[in-house]
Design a protein around this ligand. Structure first.
Ligand code: ADP
Length: 530
């Protein structure tokens, strides 16, 4: 088969994988569609619609402040939308780390007092234009003058109550921007659609604003006591009830986003279906069913400028699809040296760059890691998170320094070197809304091993030993031995099927993980909502 034919076939397989939906997700006949769904269906599109103006609201934005994939998404999507002619801007907290680094480059736009229950809090709005995108930062020393992005659960609720009210106060005159759409992301901005209706939408341009709510991770919902939230947000009982903000008697910011937004997106098609099941619904599957008519899945892209092996400044040698086989060997050898692993080109090296939390399948890995390390394999883990995983992994690495490296830190340049220098990339997640690391690894010619869930299922094409097609390896069940056997199998292909391996690298590197297609889908959604 020619290379072109093989690539085309890979595309077909990919499409098949993307359209396949889990069988468990069938909409019950009795589910009533929400009003917003009806609106979505009946709106007749005029022939020429002006490009919408959109304000993204997020707690993390790359490169200013990043904890996980959310920052990558908000750091990339608005830029691509702007390139397509949409006026997409971003608003986020002015965390201390941003203030320290960017204050000189920003301009103070406005200062005001924001109502937070019985108190009034100072809110400064700073702005900066970077790479064609206008960013706004909400300043308040008490809430954001801390080194950490997230501090502790109770205080975070208060911080993001303030943030959301400050955002809604800011739009319009304060920042000179009247967006058509507020694009909210995760629980930290989940109350915006509700607050907009409750306090702002009676008159003026606010009355025309529509809201889109993207669920990046359903697990984190922003839940606190009714007493505290009523106090902070001044919400009348028409919203503070079980069909509104309350979930099992407690205010739930994620639920509020689901109920009051005009459209909901999740970051992959499979995750959009999974979250409506009991297994993945995190207690909100019933609500999600109820509003299923306004939910869609749009897979994330990756920042193809930051993650580009051809120009990456952090890696020892750059490479493209043609030079990958050769130059990855140099990257691998340098990485082994840097991490004090045995410098041996024949031992497959598996990378893992992740928040160290149970979602990422660390219990599966811990269950089999001893047995796995009996075979010739090296594992390089980079991450921070749960002290339990940090401790146990560090201890294991001390016992096996030549085959296991564990770096408990957040280190972007090292992350790039692991993406480039590894042969395999481990992502045995229990659930994965989209996942960016598997796409980044494929762009670097590093072959992912994933569990078939969420975006991992939608973006990795399983290797087929008969046709030689595929971009990675996958297993379906939350079962440690499936991870073990899949990893051993991948190592076997690496060692014994050189041609198949070079095709795996090629297929992954030539797949399109850019934001282009997804940005078009968001534009389509915005136009439908307006
Ligand atoms: P999640 O959003 O659940 O954390 P994703 O795979 O969507 O997972 O995105 C994780 C992003 O964060 C990737 O860009 C990954 O490279 C980066 N990352 C995670 N942990 C670290 C770390 N310790 N050091 C550097 N980058 C990290």
């Amino acid at each position: 088969m020619s290379k072109e034919e093989s690539m085309k076939k890979s595309e077909t397989v990919k499409k098949l994988v993307i359209v396949k939906k889990p069988e468990a997700v069938k909409k019950p006949e009795t589910v009533k569609k929400s009003d917003s769904v009806k609106k979505l269906e009946t709106v007749k599109k005029p022939d020429k619609i002006k490009m919408p103006s959109v304000l993204f609201i997020s707690s993390e934005v790359s490169p200013f402040a990043k904890v996980g994939g959310l920052a990558d998404v908000i750091g990339s999507l608005p830029k691509v939308l702007c390139e397509k002619g949409c006026d997409a801007r971003v608003i986020m907290p002015f965390y201390r780390r941003i203030k320290q680094k960017y204050l000189e480059k920003t301009q103070l736009l406005n200062c005001s007092m924001v109502k937070l229950g019985w108190r009034s809090q100072y809110s400064g709005i700073f702005t900066l234009k970077q790479d064609g995108v206008v960013y706004y930062f909400i300043d308040n020393e008490y809430f954001f003058g801390n080194d950490k992005i997230y501090i502790d659960y109770t205080f975070d609720i208060e911080r993001f109550c303030f943030f959301q009210r400050a955002v809604l106060d800011a739009i319009g005159d304060s920042i000179g921007f009247e967006p058509d759409i507020l694009h909210c992301n995760d629980w930290q901005s989940g109350m915006i659609p509700c607050l907009l209706k409750a306090h702002y939408q009676a008159c003026g341009f606010h009355s025309k604003i529509k809201t889109v709510f993207t669920i990046h991770n359903l697990k984190y919902q922003g839940i606190h006591s009714e007493e505290m939230i009523s106090d902070l947000l001044d919400l009348p009982v028409t919203y503070m009830n079980d069909s509104g903000v309350l979930q099992r008697g407690e205010p739930n910011f994620m639920k509020a986003g689901i109920v009051y937004s005009d459209a909901i997106t999740t970051v992959s098609e499979t995750y959009a279906h999974e979250i409506m099941t009991h297994e993945y619904g995190e207690g909100l599957d019933g609500v999600l069913w109820e509003y299923s008519g306004k939910i869609s899945g749009i897979v994330n892209g990756i920042n193809s400028i930051e993650f580009d092996p051809e120009s990456d400044p952090y890696i020892p040698v750059n490479y493209d699809i043609e030079s990958a086989l050769m130059n990855k060997k140099i990257c691998k050898s340098e990485l082994q040296k840097e991490l004090n692993l045995e410098q041996n080109p024949d031992i497959p090296l598996a990378g893992m760059i992740t928040r160290l939390v149970d979602q990422k399948g660390l219990d599966l890995l811990l269950c089999i890691i001893e047995e796995l390390l009996e075979t010739p394999i090296q594992i390089a883990i980079l991450g921070t998170g749960d002290p339990y995983y940090e401790g146990i992994l560090t201890e294991m690495a001390i016992k096996r320094p030549s085959s296991l490296s564990v770096s408990i830190t957040y280190d972007n340049p090292l992350a790039h070197r692991i993406y480039a220098g590894s042969d395999l990339f481990l992502m045995p997640s229990l659930f994965e809304p989209c996942g960016l690391s598997q796409m980044i690894s494929m762009r670097y010619g590093t072959v992912p091993i994933v569990r078939e869930t969420g975006g991992l299922k939608d973006t990795v094409i399983p290797y087929n030993e008969f046709t030689g097609e595929g971009t990675g390896f996958s297993f379906s069940n939350i079962n440690a031995h499936e991870l073990l056997y899949t990893t051993k199998y991948a190592c076997d292909v690496y060692k014994n099927k050189k041609k198949a391996w070079s095709w795996l690298i090629r297929n992954g590197m030539s797949a399109d993980f850019s934001w282009n297609r997804s940005a078009e889908k968001y534009l389509e959604l915005y136009k439908n909502v307006l």
